[in-house]
Design a binder for this molecule. Structure first.
Ligand SMILES: Cc1cc2nc3c(=O)[nH]c(=O)nc-3n(C[C@H](O)[C@H](O)[C@H](O)COP(=O)(O)OP(=O)(O)OC[C@H]3O[C@@H](n4cnc5c(N)ncnc54)[C@H](O)[C@@H]3O)c2cc1C
Length: 504
């Protein structure tokens, strides 16, 4: 019934019955690719989106909206048995004559945006992976290579073109709609469908940096200290583990390794320096691969003035790497490189935030190792905990243009933004892997609470389905978000009928 109504107004832009499988390839996770919607709508304009929303509202249909499809859990941007509005054809790009603002259609991925802006020598606060979509990134937050200098993506939007629940199309600007403008800066999909983001541009500078891979030299001892030494048995897993341990030892002997403690203090050094040097950006990711039974550290260092090895990169810069791609290049080049390292599959992100503290980081590493060891036999498992820093200077940008709704104050920083990022292949392992992710976070949070080092903030773009993102913004902000939602979407179309992602 609703499909016929959609076809009546949007014709061939509606796909149902035989939906081309290529429409699902763009989802990053297998969980989202597996979803079977009743139909997929490919609007070509804000007017098309408006028509679709009117039909959805009239027929009370369940729906989801997709920009780049990088949200991971089932239904986040693909509606099981519902209507999926895929914005891929809203891909216009237009820089203003004075080159200060770029109008970006919300179906773009960052690759298109960076390629378009390159000849103008400007950039925007966009994704560090060029395949990520503009829509989810900007509505949830948006941490970029240049966020220390310019804030997160959501603090760099001048106007939003927004389709509201009643189908009206509005330009949301700070001066004309301060409430809605505030809510869209972190409030996700709860207020309407954004069809265009007008973003501030910034001069693009050459950066120094790249991907750095280091091995850990004290894993054997750590496991013994933690009371979980790997006992040798004649199993394939144990044989692979033993061989990998031997090779690891050889590489460490010639100085290509760091210790777990080095990783923890390295983040502290980076954080201290980053407060003074807004051009320095770095993060570290401890990763375990079950196929080789090894742990390693993948770290990214970038300096926005093209300076090799800023002082704050400390131990990370000094250590010998088994692999590194450090060079001077344009911002987009680094995002392209990261895309080649991020492979989809069955995957999940979850998150927690802490006050930055070297001892806590060490203990979180131990918790991560203990929990990962319990599932190290799983086939093609990648268990990792990306660790990033949110500096005071970075949070200070949140106050721009009337502030955003995330509920962070510069005085809260520097913060450790922790993520569990898991990748696996067998659907039978879904529950086990998600439980491991939960254990890592629950135990880390409990420890941090004991030490007064927990921060409630949950970053929407890294959060798992079970996490209360908007509750983490604080009672006052959540109440204000709900009041704004009630004013602009009194029937709660974007929460009630679009249940797949985080609701206010
Ligand atoms: C490989 C990878 C790399 C990443 N790198 C970064 C990074 O560098 N920095 C960072 O901050 N985050 C990063 N993320 C997280 C990423 O920002 C979030 O997953 C984000 O939601 C992805 O946006 P999307 O448009 O691709 O996703 P989608 O799945 O299309 O959308 C996510 C949510 O936003 C809603 N939405 C999307 N567009 C609109 C719109 N126009 N109007 C209304 N609602 C909309 C969708 O309905 C859905 O609920 C990364 C994620 C992955 C998987």
């Amino acid at each position: 019934m609703s499909q016929r109504a959609l076809v009546n107004v949007l014709g061939e832009k509606v796909h149902y019955q035989e939906i081309p499988s290529s429409l699902f390839d763009a989802y990053f996770s297998t969980q989202q690719q597996e979803v079977v919607p009743a139909c997929v709508v490919l609007p070509g304009s804000a007017q098309d989106v408006s028509q679709a929303i009117k039909v959805i509202t009239q027929h009370e249909c369940i729906f989801a909206v997709k920009s780049g499809g990088h949200a991971m859990f089932t239904g986040a941007s693909n509606a099981p048995e519902g209507i999926t509005i895929d914005l891929r054809n809203l891909n216009s790009l237009q820089i203003s004559d004075d080159r200060k603002i770029t109008a970006i259609g919300s179906g773009n991925r960052w690759l298109n945006v960076y390629d378009y802006l390159d000849p103008f020598n400007v950039t925007v606060v966009g994704g560090r992976d060029v395949d990520v979509g503009v829509g989810g990134f900007l509505l949830g937050g948006g941490i970029s290579f240049i966020s220390r200098r310019h804030g997160w993506g959501l603090d760099n939007v001048y106007n939003y073109e927004l389709v509201l629940a009643n189908g009206s199309i509005s330009i949301i600007h700070r001066a004309s709609n301060p409430d809605l403008y505030w809510a869209l800066r972190g409030g996700g999909k709860n207020f309407g469908i954004v069809t265009r983001f007008d973003m501030f541009t910034h001069v693009d500078t050459e950066m120094w940096g790249g991907v750095n891979i280091l091995l850990l030299d004290d894993m054997h001892d750590r496991l013994a200290i933690l009371g979980i030494p790997r006992k040798f048995e004649w199993t394939t897993t144990a044989l692979i583990g033993k061989t990998a341990e031997y090779i690891n030892k050889l590489i460490c002997k010639v100085g290509y390794c760091i210790s777990v403690d080095d990783v923890a203090s390295m983040l502290g050094e980076i954080a201290l320096e980053a407060e003074n040097d807004i051009f320095a950006h770095a993060w570290a990711v401890p990763i375990f691969f079950s196929s080789s039974q090894t742990y390693l550290i993948s770290a990214e260092m970038n300096h926005g003035k093209g300076v090799e090895g800023a002082p704050g990169f400390g131990a990370l810069h000094r250590a010998k790497k088994v692999y590194k791609t450090n060079r001077v290049a344009r911002t987009a080049d680094f995002a392209r490189e990261i895309t080649t390292l991020n492979t989809g599959g069955r995957c999940s992100y979850e998150t927690a935030t802490f006050k930055l503290d070297a001892d806590l980081q060490k203990d979180i590493m131990h918790i991560y190792i203990e929990e990962t060891e319990k599932i190290r036999h799983l086939k093609h498992l990648l268990s990792s905990i990306p660790m990033q820093i949110i500096t005071k200077a970075e949070i200070a940008h949140f106050l721009k243009n009337g502030s955003n709704c995330l509920g962070l104050d510069p005085g809260d920083g520097p913060l450790l933004l922790l993520e569990t990022a898991m990748l696996w292949t067998d659907p039978k392992d879904d529950a086990t892997v998600l439980q491991t992710s939960k254990n890592i976070l629950d135990r880390s949070i409990a420890l941090a609470k004991e030490r007064g080092l927990h921060h409630p903030f949950l970053y929407q773009n890294y959060a798992g389905k079970r996490q209360d993102v908007f509750g983490s913004y604080g009672e006052k902000n959540l109440a204000r978000l709900r009041k704004i939602r009630d004013e602009y979407d009194p029937d709660h179309v974007f929460t009630r009928l679009s249940p797949g992602y985080f609701n206010v």
